[in-house]
Design a protein around this ligand. Structure first.
Ligand code: UDX
Length: 432
């Protein structure tokens, strides 16, 4: 099938490359000429394990191509995926849909035969209805069908999540589109993915409700971890004990820093804003947003306590600064709040991240990037393990930290407390 992905960000690029790998002809479009030039040269602008190899392979075998010409690419394709950003509006908490509607207007003048127009970006309830209105101004309704087909890709695991999804959700009541899309996804369905066909509005809401629920699950266990810390209970026992109940499930019950990334913070805000618009109060999600916002301050206060409130000139190492492991994404990472706050209090901060130095810290006083874990640990008073990269899972602290007074604060519970304590270090973690 001939597919066009509009927007070569995370969603568009990963989905486009994976569709090409499944044997479709895919053209990825972006208005950013520099990005397209780079992609043609095989240079992938985001860090995602396995993506560069798939781009090179499929570009070489000519199933994948790149272009800045939206109109021509749409004309040449049967299925158009809209994969542009839907960030939070500068003022307020609803999603900014200007990129979506601009793209819809451009598509509108390129409908030369029947086309399926799909929103893969996360878009609020009723966005599909609006796109349909835009397209109807210039086109007969029989010439197109607007479908919602949300993505559920995790950064760092995106290719695996695409190939082995738990479910594929397709929101459309158009019989022809449903037949074509079921066939497009048949290689994944045959490998065991559930295929759910719903109304368009339901598909839009499934995406937001899923992310809001996962954010709730994380926030819930984070609050339980706070209680565990006060009562001498190990939160990992609680996660296992709860997770064994099949109604609850064990995933997304890892306590840690505040959740971050490009989706949860943005989508939780957007779903409450949509609900408010329809005079429906999502009070649970609202309190999740509030609790997660407080979490970075809560962990910062814990750092102050651990250091005995004497922060000035203390040398603090951050291992990992992105919002989670296996990504270079800094969006809404809790390190963005913690590092500047510690610097303001006079701490000297060194950080190591497997994805390199971060521009976000380049103008912050006394914050330095170290090229290796070893350098980052030199002379440290406090080591904060902020993300769960494999690189941090078997550090020989005994060899690397000569000063036994160094304190380790493991915000991802990577290590067993007794193991580190037996090496002579003071060790703190989350909820245990
Ligand atoms: C998420 C959704 O999982 C994905 O389906 C959606 O399409 C995009 O948003 P992503 O943002 O890549 O994916 O990251 P995810 O792995 O879900 O983690 C989000 C945040 O939650 C991270 O900050 C992570 O560290 C945190 N998290 C996750 C926890 O603190 N505990 C957990 O148990 C799981």
């Amino acid at each position: 099938m001939k597919l066009c992905m509009i927007g070569t960000g995370y969603v568009g690029l990963v989905s486009g490359v994976c569709f090409a790998d499944l044997g479709n002809d895919v053209i990825c479009v972006d208005k950013d000429t520099k990005k397209i030039d780079q992609l043609i040269k095989g240079k992938v602008p985001i860090y995602e394990p396995g993506l560069t190899e798939l781009v090179t392979k499929n570009y070489k075998n000519k199933r994948l191509n790149f272009s800045t010409n939206l109109k021509k690419s749409v004309k040449d394709s049967d299925i158009i995926f809209i994969c542009v950003g839907t960030p939070t509006k500068k003022h307020g908490s609803s999603a900014d849909l200007s990129q979506i509607y601009n793209v819809a207007k451009e598509i509108s003048s390129s409908i030369n035969k029947f086309k399926i127009i799909i929103t893969k970006s996360t878009v609020p309830l009723t966005t599909g209805d609006e796109i349909e209105k835009i397209l109807s101004k210039k086109n007969n309704k029989k010439k197109f069908s607007v479908v919602s087909n949300p993505e559920f890709l995790r950064e760092g695991e995106a290719i695996r999540d695409f190939i082995y999804p738990d479910r594929v959700v397709v929101g459309s009541n158009n019989k022809k589109s449903n037949r074509i899309l079921k066939s497009l996804y048949s290689p994944l369905i045959s490998k065991g993915a559930s295929y759910l066909q719903t109304s368009r509005r339901a598909a839009e809401l499934i995406k937001y409700a899923s992310n809001a629920f996962l954010a709730t699950k994380i926030t819930f266990i984070n609050e339980i971890a706070n209680l565990c810390e006060k009562t001498g209970v190990n939160v990992e026992d609680i996660s296992i004990g709860m997770g064994l109940d099949k109604r609850i499930g064990s995933r997304f019950l890892r306590a840690g820093p505040a959740y971050g990334g490009s989706c949860f913070p943005k989508d939780t805000k957007a779903i409450t804003s949509t609900a408010d618009k329809f005079k429906s109060n999502l009070s649970v999600v609202k309190s999740v947003i509030k609790s997660n916002k407080n979490r970075s301050n809560l962990l910062l206060n814990r750092v102050y306590e651990i250091l005995g409130k004497r922060i000035k000139n203390k040398k603090i190492t951050f291992l990992g600064v992105t919002f989670k492991a296996n990504t270079d994404d800094m969006r809404d990472s809790s390190s963005l709040l913690m590092i500047p706050a510690l610097s303001k209090k006079g701490a000297i901060i060194k950080y190591f991240d497997p994805t390199g130095s971060k521009k976000e810290f380049s103008n912050i006083k006394n914050v330095y990037y170290s090229k290796t874990i070893k350098y980052s640990l030199e002379d440290s008073d406090l080591v904060i393990i902020h993300t769960e990269w494999n690189d941090f899972k078997s550090i020989n602290f005994k060899n690397l930290l000569k000063n036994k007074k160094v304190i380790i604060y493991d915000m991802r519970n990577i290590y067993t407390p007794t193991k580190i304590k037996n090496q002579g270090f003071k060790y703190y973690s989350i909820g245990r």
